[in-house]
Every structure is written in structure tokens, then in C-alpha cells.
Design a protein around this ligand. Sequence first.
Ligand SMILES: Cc1cc2nc3c(=O)[nH]c(=O)nc-3n(C[C@H](O)[C@H](O)[C@H](O)COP(=O)(O)OP(=O)(O)OC[C@H]3O[C@@H](n4cnc5c(N)ncnc54)[C@H](O)[C@@H]3O)c2cc1C
Length: 614
Amino acid sequence: MSEQKFTRRDFLQSACISVGALAASGSGVSALAADNKKDSGNKDGLPSVDVLVIGSGGAGLRAAVAVRKKYPNLSVVVVNKGMPSRNATCMAEGGINGVIDFEHGDSHELHAYDTVKGSDFLGDQDAIIKFVEKATEAIHELDYAGMPFNRQKNNTVARRFAGGAKYERCNYAADKTGSILMHTCLDEAITRGVKFLLDHYLLDVAMDGDKCEGAVLLDMQTGDVTPVLAKAVVLATGGYTRVFFNRTSTPFNASGDGIAAALRAGLAFKDPEMLQFHPTGIRTGGALITEAARGLGGKLINNKGERFMSKYSKRMELAPRDIVARSIETEIRLGNAFGEGMSSYVLLDLTHLSEEQIMNELPQIRHVGLLFDGMDLVKEPIPIRPTAHYSMGGIEIAKFDDMSTHLPGLFAAGETSCASIHGANRLGGNSLTDTTVTGKLAGEGAGEYASKQTGFGSGKHAHELAQKWQAKFKEITSGGTSNEMYDLREEFGKQNWDNMGIYRTGDKLEAHAKSLEEFQAKYDALKIPNPNMTYNTALIDYLEFGNLIMLARCACLGALERKECRGAHFREDYPKRDDVNFLKHSIVTLKDGKPTLAYKDVVITKYPVEERKY
Ligand SMILES: Cc1cc2nc3c(=O)[nH]c(=O)nc-3n(C[C@H](O)[C@H](O)[C@H](O)COP(=O)(O)OP(=O)(O)OC[C@H]3O[C@@H](n4cnc5c(N)ncnc54)[C@H](O)[C@@H]3O)c2cc1C
């Protein structure tokens, strides 16, 4: 009998399709599974699929799986600008929050309260209360799906402390929780018949009247621009922390493309100024040392040998991220740090842990320390400094229960979305929970919506948008010099860090808003010196950069007008929280291409607003 081999590569390849495979099918799931033969497509001749998910991080995959689980007759395609595991989810280290032990004092109520307080009371409490209940469900679902969590002696999922939490409810798989979660979800998606359109870049969301009718994609391999019709679209494209170009822990592709597309489609960007700085990035470049390191007793030490967090918080190193990050920056400003300028740093000391414990619980960050700084945290304290890490702001969600946006047929999940769970400061471990919970809700919401639609949109708008992009690409890929865009992008990141970073002032933000207009003008005049559309990576860099400039302009406007301190937003000229004027969400929309700001009340249902002390 001959041995038949079916490798993991075969398994993955079995799920990858081209746009041609969509056109072959019209809308039926069976044809999606067929081999890539080109045929008629839907009645208007455009490629179509029931549910189109953009982004293959935790949120996108959970959404795709949720559709197929509940609506197995619907076809689902996940689009990604690159390989499926190039995302922030894969990089997540420390763990995923969710109460699974109710016998030692922890409860949904405490998780909700910690999250509300962590958010500096900018979180919407109705959503948070549902979120923490679904968090428990999510951990059990992942466990059931085969996610290899670390285990306690009694075989239950292992948990540890994360900042701002009263109990150990951060469930983990060593310090590779995100990668392991993603691969669990990817396997489940492929097994359930989800298809993947890789190396495709979302350009825009298309509308038929007041409904979403699909999306316009750029095929990165060929340069073709393709409208794809869908009955429902889920945006799960991650965050926008790459506005701080070279000082962030996030992947290069965290350029907020989905948020930018939603803005162009007339939707609101909620709380754009709420950008999180993680306390412990490697001093060179900002790669992350997980909060779990502090959860295991890691100490922060300044150049006087002091464990300085005692000056700032009773919770010491396990205060929430905004507080620890500011404390480190304050030490740097006071001259209590090592090094100079952007190379200043303090030390994170983990030498109390044994090598065995590090290899069991934190192997990845040992590797990160060795790789980026040549330092072995088993043997010596490692140099760290805050790094831009997470976007609390995102596409405004209309309803948490199904993660629908204000555009019918368009849903959003994960870091792209803002259901106002994290408010002004996200707690460590709550983001993987967010992707897992909101991804599933968005998938179920999109599935339900799609199953009620009788057909596809006309495709008129999608077609027009595709033509517009094609014309633009022709125009911009002629001329220009190669370094122009990259020099501009470098300067953009630096200026965002200097003027919209951990410490902000009105003067700096006002000047920065003007400077961002100049960046916009320079960007509008940019050209890419490469007309070859096959894997034109400069073109992708260009598109991402354009989105980042727009999102930075929105963030700067929100930060300038929010004349108070709240969570990650710290104004030195308004050093107090102002609940009278700013217990509100910033809502930014585009008017004639310019960001405009309005406010919306925070939803407070259970936990009274109080002073935030740790
Ligand atoms: C180093 C690091 C460590 C972290 N550790 C933790 C942790 O321990 N616990 C925790 O809770 N959180 C952690 N986080 C945060 C958490 O990982 C992310 O917030 C979360 O995974 C975001 O998931 P997502 O699915 O929303 O986005 P992502 O995982 O970023 O996925 C977005 C996807 O969208 C795709 N995409 C983007 N734009 C386009 C486009 N135009 N067209 C097509 N595709 C597009 C991207 O390629 C990507 O695959 C960490 C983050 C980092 C960076």
C-alpha cells in the first residue's frame, strides 16, 4: 500500500483561493470549494461571497468561524494583506483574560469593575458587563477547540496576574498565547470550510445606497484592483499604533486600514486620541517584554538602584499600563535613567526567577531580549522603555451584541473596532479577550444579516471605486524618488512620538496638528518610482502611510480638544481628569476630507465614577 502524505502545507493550501474562485461560484459555498475555474460570477459578473472578513488576526478568524458554525450554508472568505499569521494576534505574549475560577473570590463583577476602573471610566459599562461574561465562555471555547494552554497542577488552565487586576485571571500558554490562539483559530477556520484570499489589500468599503455592498481589493501579486460583492463585511484589520513608526511593539502592518476605509465610507472614529503606551519595550526599537514578566514579580529599577514604582503606586509594577509607563518616563525626565535621549532606559529585573521557570513561562521574551539587545534576562536585568502598543480608539460600534456599525451590512471586531470596552486605558490581557469575544459576535451578526439578504448589491459603487483606484495607481507610480516617502514616514513617526506621545501639551498638539496638515500635503504630492505592479511593496507602504496620516490627524484633533488627563491621554497643561466636561467619547468623522469632532456620553449603568487610585 503506498503511503499518502498530507502535510500541514497541504492543509493550509487547501483553504487558499483566488478571486477567480469567487467568480466561479456566484454565491454558493459548494462552488467556493471547487477548484479555481473562472466562470460567470453573480448576475452582475462581479466576484461575490456571502460574508467577507478582512483581516486574519484573532478577531477575523473568530468571526469567520462563528459564521460557518451558525450558518454553515453561507460562504466565508477571509482576506489578508500577506500570510495569515502576520498580525498582532500572533505576537501576543502574556495571556487572555477571563474568569474561570469562581471559587477563590474572583467574579465577573470584579473583572468588570477592574476593566471600568482601568479604562479611567471612559469604558461603556453596558458593553463591559456583557464582555466579561462572554470572556469566560471564550476561554472555555478555546480550551475545547484544543488551544494548548499551560496547566495548573489540577489540570485547569493556568492563570497569572496582569496589571490593574485584583485576581489572577490572565489565562496563558507560556508567553506565546497569541500565536497559539491564532493557530488554534486558523485550524478551526480551515476545518470549517473558511476560504482565504491572501496577498489582497483592502482599499475601500463599497456601498449600495445606505448599505454596505462589499469591498474593493488590491491583488498584491498582480496589481489588479477587484471589487468583491458581499452580503456582509467584517472589518478586523487591527490597530493603528504604527503612527509612532519606529517606537512601537506592533507589527508593521498595523496601519489602521480598516478604520481609514470606514472613515472614508462616512463612519465615525471613536476616541482616536486613546493610544496606549506599554511600559516595557526593549530599549532598541520597542519590541515587547510582556506584562506577565511583572506578573511574575519583575522589578523596575532606576540608575540609583531604586525599585522606583514604590513612589508611584501601591500596586508597584502591577499598576495599570498608563501609570507604569508614565512613571518610567518621569524617571527618565528626572535623570534617574540610564542612557540618553531616545536611548534612555530603566531596568527590568527578572533574575529572581529560575531558568526553568523562565523557559516554562517566558521563553519568548528571553529570546526577544537576546535577539534585540543581546541580553539574557535569566542572567541580568534588561534595559526597557515604554513603547506604543495598542489602539483603544476604533470604528464606532452601533451595537455590542452583534458588533454592527452604523452602516448596515458592515461589522467590525477586535482592535479595529471601538465598542468602548477599554475606554482610555486597556488592561493587559483584555485585548485577546476582545478579539475573541467581539470576533465571534461580529461573525454571528454578519451571518444573521447575510442570511436575511436576498441578493447582492448592484456593484455600481464598488466598480466606480475600483476604477478610481486604478486611475490613481497609474498616476502615482510614475516619477518620484525612492527615499522621499520613507524619509517622510520616518519623520512622521518621530513627530507623533514627540508631540502626541506619553506626555502631551496644548502647545505641542496645536503645532503638531499644523505639521500633520503639511505631512498630508506632502503625501498628496508623492509619487512612487516603480510602475511595476507585481508585488509593488512601495505601493503598499504608500497606501498604509496615507491611512496613518489621516488617522494621526484624527488622533491629534481628539487629543488637542480633550483638555484633561484620562488614562493614556495625559495633558501636562490640564493635569486632572475633568468629569464635568470630558466624561465623553470623542467622535471624529471626515467632512470634505478634514477630521471634525463631536462628543457622545459614556454609558454608566452600574459603577459610579470615582477617583482612580492604585
Ligand atoms: C507584541 C504584542 C504583545 C501583545 N500581548 C498581548 C497579550 O498578552 N494579551 C492581550 O490581550 N493582548 C496582547 N496584545 C494585543 C493583541 O495582540 C492585539 O490587540 C490583538 O491581537 C488584535 O487582534 P486583531 O485581530 O484585532 O488584529 P490583528 O491580529 O492585528 O490582525 C489584523 C489583520 O488584518 C490584516 N490587515 C490589516 N490591514 C489590511 C488590509 N488593508 N487588507 C487586508 N488585510 C489587512 C493584517 O494583515 C492582520 O492579519 C499584544 C500585542 C502585541 C503587538
